[in-house]
Structures are given as C-alpha cells and as structure tokens.
Design a protein around this ligand. Structure first.
Ligand code: LMR
Length: 396
C-alpha cells in the first residue's frame, strides 16, 4: 500500500526549525517558528507554570479519563479569560467550551463542527494567513477561499479590499479572523475596523470563526480580545479557537480550547453535543496536563498575578525588539523605510524582502525566517541584532 506514496514536502515553518537546529554557525539566528525566546535565545518554562506543576504533583490523585470535554474547570476559566467576566454570551449561558490539543486541535474541532453544520462548507481566510490554516481546513473537508487582508506594497491593511470581499460572502459560509497578532503579517484591525467587520457579519450573516493564538502578546489580555468580544456580542453564532501555547508557554503540552456560541442556550447545548461527538471520533479526549496547569494558575490569585507579570515581560520584550531592529537598520545605513514593523503587533512581521534574499540570509548568514520573509520578532536579541541588521543591509 505504501508503494504509491509520494514524499510530502517539509512543513514551511517546522522544516525551517529542523534546518536551523542542524546549522553549526555560532552566529545563527532563528526568526522562524513562532515561539517566545528570552534575551538569551531560550524558551524557558514560566515561573508560574513551574509552581503550578509542583502543586499538581503534590495534589493530583487520579489520572482517570476526563471525557471529550476535558477539564470543566479549565473550560470555565478559559471562557472567562476569552470573553471577560461579564460578557453577554456568558450571562446568557450561550457559550460552550471544550479543552483541545493546542490551538491547532481547536481549529480542527471547529472545522469538523462546521462540516457537521454543512457538508462541504466554505471558510474564508485572510490573504495571507497562518501556513497551516488552509491545509487543516481542507483536510477536514471544507472549501477554503481567501479575502484580501495585507497590502504588501504599502505594508498595511487592505481594509477596503477586505470589506468588499466579505460583503460578497454567502450567509452559509464561515469566515476566519485572527483575534490579534495576525500571523504572519502582525497587522491587526483597530477597534473601529472591528466594529465595521462585526456590523458586516451581522448584516451578511456568515459564521465568524475567531482564532486567538496570541492573547496577551499584542496590547494586553483584554485589548487583544476586543474584536472577538465585540463579534460574539454582535452576532448569534460564533466559534472561537484559542491556544495556551504562547501566552502560558505550554507549547509541547498541547492545550487550547474550542468554544461554540449558539443563538440560545438550547442551541448551544445542541452544538456542544455535536462538538463532543466530533472530538470522540478524532482524538477521543484531550490531554489533561496543560489544562491542569492553566486552571491552577487562573484560580490562584498569587499565580495569576505572577502570570500577568511574566506575560507582560514577554510582550514588552517583543515590542522593544520591533523598535530595536528598525533603529539598527537605520544605524547600518539602510535607507528603505522599515518603520512599519513598529506599527504591527505580536510575534510576527513580514520584512518585505524577496524569497531570494530570504534564501541568501539563510545560506550566507545562517539567519532563518519563513520564505515569505515572515520574521519571528522574539528571536531578535541585543546580542544578535547588530549581526542581523548588518546581514539584512548586505542582502538589500
Ligand atoms: C508559527 O506560526 O510559527 C506557530 O504557530 C507554530 C506553528 O505551529 O506553526
């Protein structure tokens, strides 16, 4: 049976990491995969997570199955984190959350759920979007189409193009939005633009699916959820996929959440039963360890406050790196305007160089970024920024 197989190409993001790991150049810089790194280039375990792990070791009494829904305490705490304590959908008991294996697991559950609502449904994704979105949705049997989003030439949002395209979407379609820290462009909607998009969702009637993989990495936990909360308030039905990989640094633990919001509490119950059936046939039940850590942190005043501080440190370092690289490029005689990098948010920005220049940075300078010139800003550090800016200046 295997004889007819053709080898799959390496994943554009994860394949890059494998190449970086093999590179023996001591000056190598990893601007590829979207993981937070500290000044020393390390992705360490957060202190609040270490303490929560200790607490779990001391208090856990059973590893018995939790069922497809995962931990109900985690689900409740996550829905408060996503929507804020007093959101309409929580007060009206219209949101149902399941724990999932990471944000990708949440997206796959969402995709299978949408397929259960309508076989062969179309989901619209931003152009560009996270490299895995299209494959993931297509693997679940959805049709993927794109709406304009990033204006590569002017390094800004093509908001008019986006609105015009979304006006043409059918009421039976789903539309994927990035809640914040757009991956790969770093270009987010402002609050006024979110209002226009929410009004459009209401009038056209499509299903908003919101991917929030970086809550807290842009402006702050509440600020980053502004558009999501507004959207969920404005329309009857929404699906939210969220991740604890980045903001809790729990990458390999694979913990995220998928939330479905129904028009009524009864409809939410029905949708939830479908979500549970979907989960059961794809992975049966989510892993529990990451969820246990997150719920321990969120229900302890001390650990929660420590998390706020650690999250702010990560956010501030990334934002600082944005200014740092722009300043260093100027210092190294680059005349092209890169100031757009400081106006974007979250883990990524496009540098805006050609694929050949990206390849040259990799081959000649051991600087790794995705072929689209997406840079993971967290990989920049005081210790490597001069070399980075000099190398970019040379390839330009
Ligand atoms: C990224 O975009 O680099 C991250 O979301 C990691 C991944 O799984 O692709």
């Amino acid at each position: 049976m295997f004889a007819s197989l053709k080898a799959s190409p390496a994943d554009p993001i994860l394949g890059l990491l494998a190449k970086y790991n093999q590179d023996t150049n001591p000056k190598k810089i990893d601007l590829g995969v979207g993981v937070y790194k500290n000044e020393g280039g390390e992705t360490t375990v957060l202190n609040c997570v270490k303490k929560a792990e200790q607490h779990r070791t001391d208090t856990e009494t059973s590893k018995v199955y939790l069922g497809p829904t995962g931990s109900t305490l985690f689900n409740t705490e996550m829905s408060k984190l996503i929507f804020g304590e007093n959101h309409k959908v929580l007060n009206e008991n219209r949101a149902r959350t399941v724990s999932t294996p990471g944000g990708t697991g949440a997206l796959r559950v969402a995709a299978e759920f949408i397929k259960s609502c309508k076989a062969g449904a179309t989901i619209w994704v931003s152009n560009p979007t996270w490299a895995n979105h299209t494959g993931l949705f297509e693997a679940a049997g959805l049709t993927v189409k794109t709406y304009p989003y990033y204006d590569y030439e002017n390094k800004t949002l093509d908001f008019d193009g986006m609105l015009a395209a979304l006006k043409q979407v059918s009421a039976d379609d789903a539309v994927l939005f990035h809640a914040c820290c757009h991956n790969p462009s770093g270009m987010d909607l402002n609050n006024e633009q979110w209002q226009q998009v929410a009004e459009l969702a209401q009038s056209v009637g499509f299903l908003p699916v919101i991917d929030m993989a970086y809550q807290g990495f842009g402006q702050g936990l509440n600020e980053d959820a502004y558009g999501l909360r507004l959207m969920a308030e404005s329309v009857d039905e929404t699906v939210v996929c969220s991740s604890c990989s980045k903001n809790f640094g729990l990458y390999r633990e694979r913990i995220g959440a998928c939330t479905v919001i129904g028009a009524t509490s009864l409809q939410a119950d029905i949708a939830y039963s479908v979500v549970l059936a979907v989960v059961r046939v794809i992975y049966s039940m989510p892993p529990a360890h990451g969820a246990a850590l997150v719920e321990t942190i969120l229900t302890s005043d001390e650990l929660r406050n420590e998390w706020y501080v650690e999250l702010a440190q990560m956010r501030d370092r990334i934002n600082g790196n944005r200014q740092l690289i722009v300043d260093k490029l100027i210092e190294n005689g680059v005349t092209r305007d890169f100031s757009f990098i400081t106006k974007q948010a979250g883990m990524f920005s496009f540098l805006g160089i050609t694929p050949e220049q990206v390849q040259q940075l990799q081959d000649e300078y051991s600087i790794y970024m995705v072929g689209s010139s997406r840079m993971s800003i967290a990989g920049i550090a005081n210790s490597n920024v001069d070399y980075l800016a000099q190398s970019i200046a040379k390839v330009l």
